[in-house]
Design a protein around this ligand. Structure first.
Ligand code: BTN
Length: 247
């Protein structure tokens, strides 16, 4: 896949702009990135805090096989993100929380929002990712301060933010494109499973207007979360779970 980069210092949302470009026929590999967003979108209709210090980008995918659900693309992106974070920091400690969150030391460092777009008869996926590279000087907002983190507390000596952004983006593209192009090969899911810290833990989630309590048993080959609920196996194809006991 060829990457067609488009960089902006500020945008409302890279996903919003790329969806518009997708509707106008932009090719697969179109990349929109920004230094900050004024209306960054998260999953489940939330906003995504997107100050200077992070990297916010969206990549346009036009999968030949539409059975590649966004959940599967999200898991491939999560593995590529985890590998990119490890590469930047020179360790192997990056973890994933099903399905789209990237964690370092028990805190979220990055989130992924893959959105399906239908334009005419063509289906596309806008893969949007935000990563906190350097912690905001004024700290994270109070509501996320206890659960968010950045790759670096302060800008590493001798580096610039724009160089870090470029380095990260190229690490991500190098990690993600081979996984995406190899689909339906799902060998990368083993890495996802190895990094997933929910397995074996008690979680709860909301579905059909009520709270469900369950234990996570693993991740299926289509990226769905596997759970044991009241002794019965359950599959969660999409959604969000929370740990019942934080530690
Ligand atoms: C989440 O954690 O809920 C997903 C967050 C996804 C945020 C990224 S930042 C780049 C792209 N543009 C957006 O508006 N959202 C995604």
């Amino acid at each position: 896949m060829q990457i067609y980069p488009n960089h902006f210092s500020e945008l409302d949302s890279t996903n919003r702009l790329l969806k518009e470009l997708a509707g106008e026929g932009a090719p697969e590999g179109t990349l929109v990135s920004a230094d900050r967003q004024t209306a960054g979108r998260g999953r489940l209709g939330r906003t995504f805090f997107s100050p200077e210090g992070g990297l916010y980008f969206s990549l346009l995918l036009r999968p030949a096989d539409v059975s590649f659900e966004t959940t599967l693309i999200t898991t491939a992106a999560a593995v590529a993100m985890a590998r990119s974070c490890d590469q930047m920091l020179g360790d192997d400690r990056t973890r994933v929380k099903w399905v789209n969150d990237i964690y370092r030391d028990g805190r979220k460092v990055s989130g992924i929002l893959a959105e399906g777009v239908v334009a005419g008869t063509q289906m596309a996926v806008v893969l949007g990712i935000g990563v906190n590279l350097v912690a905001p000087a004024e700290g994270f907002p109070e509501d996320i301060a206890h659960k968010a983190c950045a790759l670096y507390e302060t800008l590493p000596a001798g580096r610039t933010l724009s160089a870090l952004r470029e380095e990260f983006l190229s690490a991500f593209c190098n990690a993600f494109v081979p996984l995406y192009e190899a689909l339906p090969d799902r060998a990368y899911l083993d890495d996802y499973r190895a990094r997933m810290f929910l397995t074996g833990r008690a979680v709860h989630y909301e579905k059909d207007g009520r709270t469900h309590e369950a234990a996570v048993t693993g991740v299926a080959d289509d990226g769905a979360l596997l759970l044991l609920e009241k002794g019965e196996p359950v599959r969660l194809a999409a959604g969000e779970v929370s740990l019942t006991f934080e530690n």
